[in-house]
Design a protein around this ligand. Sequence first.
Ligand code: 26W
Length: 808
Amino acid sequence: MKTTTKKNTEKETIAKIDQQLQKYYNISLADATDKQIFNALAHIAIDESFVKRQKFSRNCKRKDGKAINYLCMEFLIGKTLRTSLFNLGLDKTVAKALKNKGKNIENIYKIEADAGLGNGGLGRLASCFLDSLATLDYPVTGHCIRYDYGLFKQKFVDGQQTELPDEWLSSGDVWQVPRPDKACIVRFDGYVTESFKDGHMQVEYHDCQEVEAFPYDMMFSGYDSKNVAALRLWAAKSSNTFDTKKFSQGEYAQALAEKNEIELINKVLYPADDHMQGKSLRLRQQYFLASAAMQSIVATHKRRYKNLKLLPKYIAIHINDTHPVLCVPELMRILMDENGLSWDESWDIVNKLVSYTNHTILKESLEVWDESLIARTMPRIYSIIKEIDRRFRQEAKSRHYNQGVIERMAVINSRRIKMTNLAVIASHKVNGVSKLHSQILKEDLLGDFNHFYHNKFTNVTNGITHRRWLCESNPRLSALIEKLIGTKFIKNANELEKLEKFVEDKKVIKEVEKIKFKNKEDFANFLKETQNIDIDPHTRFDVQAKRIHEYKRQLLNVLYVIYLYSQLKENPDADITPQTFIFAGKAAAGYRRAKEIVYLINQLAEEINNNELVNKKLKVVFVENYSVSVAEKLMPATDVSEQISLAGQEASGTGNMKAVLNGGLMICTADGANIEISNICGEDSSFMFGMKAEEVENVWASHYEPASYYAKDPKVKVVIDMLNEGFNGVSFQGISNYLLSTSDGGDPYMCLADFDSYVKAHDKLDELYRQPNLWHKQCLKNVSKMGYFSSDRSIEDYARDIWHLKKM
Ligand code: 26W
């Protein structure tokens, strides 16, 4: 009986694919190209998702449901087809149906380019959250910019990173449904006049640039759920009325130049993580997103519920870092200027709606804008920000805060607008992304505010969607888990706990080991295909995959590689476990030091890999163009995951979670979520080393003397001397100076201070690795504890403690 139904669904699936192919290409499945089949499958998924979303929305309205609007300048989506089919429950049927027709679904998945609309952790988190919100049946719309170019493509030329444009739209636009009915106008520049009429302020705009914000909706279905998340991507278009006037007056060239300038807004994603640059185009992007999102939220609410005072009942707005914080003055503007609400009424609504997540405590990444730039670019918004600042100062004064503290907390200070302060003042809740990070926010970075506001600060530890990062990316491990504990874990990650029963089962542990080996083979093949590099899956894969940044300390890892290299050079027969060190990640285009680190790794790799005496035991590779898709292959192949930021610097990290969930073990500092992962997975679950966050503070406060490590630790001496001598004919004295210097150009992240303890942690790790049964037992044990780090748990935390959402 069951097989007939299955056969029928397969038949139906083929019929559906055929129908789409006929409709769009007038072609049969047998003759269709993989690209055409890809498009047909995408349309099937979109149609199903739309129907599902509409049904869900109706239900939501009937039940008076509240929805979250998640604003983020970045959504690092990756590919969509596999996830869509998986979440709609179509993946297996489609694969089988196509196979019967001689087509391979894996080839069709390959057609799709990654949607790389993000730099790293922040953007990937936003995407994981959409998956969890949809799966858990919480109503959600994400808002982002429809960048023509995602994060640049990384290409190595003679070992140096170069950047190429990422033209993702050629295969990515199939998912985007244009919504002309939701377009609106965003105004820039010019000046405003304010006057009073009938007791209401009238604001008039003069000489401003009017930009049409035009949305495209992407649908992300939940897994085994009733819900579909919508991601609204906003594009800038020159508004028609504006163009035709100029054109008809014969000013073609100027009209076209203006059109180009306007459409620059969504041209490209800024390749900056953790480094604030006061670029005016970036500010325009931020206001563009904030304004379009607020206008569409208010318009939809008014249509449905008429009364704006009911906004807090139906809507929550979350800003992912400060980048979209201009939604605060923008919403004030809409409520007051366009709808006649008073300041106090509007402020009350805004405060009830908005909440904010901080993702970084690095000083250079906190957003600060020149007052004059904001005044010029968005005059009305500027006057609202000034009023927020004035009222805040007044309140602080009336509560007898001293002037120094007030200046620290104020929105405007020394002609600069501090976006973090604006976000904290305007939000009802502010959260960090791991326990340690939230504690640092409360006690240090935002300590004044923690005193000023009662109960505003909280923690929500990050998570990842285990459906993408285990079920989809690691089908072998996932299949083993299903065999052992069934499929419930897909919807409820806490079920993984049931794996604990099997950690003493030698046969199961052997399976885990085999799966890891096969995944490593796959990755080795991928590297051969893409970069023509040979690596041996029998060696241990030691992986550091993340944006290249000083605080993440790729350099510390490099120092260890050089140290091993020095030992092998001296004695090729030294008793060293054969290892492949795998680096992956992009350096921000303008970040000189990060690019130098990339160059160092590539030169070192070249020299080591070509040295026949050592390369059986030691290899180094830099995987080009790290992306979501590369991560999906790399995480399942990771034996050791390097999470070695200086303690107190990494807000959370989520690559750590991906690696451990895929059966990798961490060598890590006591930073971000590493601490929680290690605590929850239990003693011996990872190899922790280095200074703790408080010690770091103390060393910074007293004195860090890198030269003393060079003088006292022979390991450090060897490594530094080798850097000076150079690799592959290139000296890296610049880097050794940096590591040894105490002055301004020195290493603020104190690699040398943690080096000895790092080497010892590696020794301990080696010891366990020599006992494969114990190693893989630990891996499985860790996997069994990783349910907590599913983004489903993070979303339940947000829904309960911050957004006050109900499941529909
Ligand atoms: C204004 C320039 C800029 C751009 C992006 C500053 C800061 C950012 C992001 C906040 C950087 C980022 O992605 N932070 C990462 O966020 C992850 C998700 O919470 C955390 O896991 C990482 O620890 C954090 O570095």
